[in-house]
Design a protein. Structure first.
Length: 103
């Protein structure tokens, strides 16, 4: 595997993230499927961890498949709640109510 990600791939991922509507979330796997890389959810996470170097993208709208927010990013939940995203009692996003319906 290449150590340096190709910028074309980075911008492909970020362009999908940019399309996630306010008040909804997408999973890492969902984004991977949308770019034709079904088994590369971790790659999506890696790209999002450095998205600030490529511009201003709504990365806070991406969670894992169970609705869990990114570890170590306490502000993510606040940003999502500000947009009206619903959280369950266990602290995860309610994916049934808030997942982006794009597929």
């Amino acid at each position: 595997m290449k150590k340096v990600l190709e910028e074309e791939l980075i911008y492909e991922i970020l362009s999908v993230v940019e399309e996630i509507p306010e008040g909804t979330v997408a999973s890492y796997g969902q984004i991977a499927r949308l770019i034709g890389r079904d088994r590369n959810a971790r790659l999506v996470g890696r790209v999002l961890s450095m998205a600030q170097f490529y511009g201003n993208y709504p990365c806070h709208r991406v969670v894992n498949h169970a609705g869990r927010t990114a570890p170590g990013w306490g502000q993510q939940r606040f940003l999502l709640e500000e947009e009206g995203v619903i959280f369950k009692d266990n602290g995860c996003v309610d994916m049934k109510k808030c997942q982006w319906d794009c597929e």
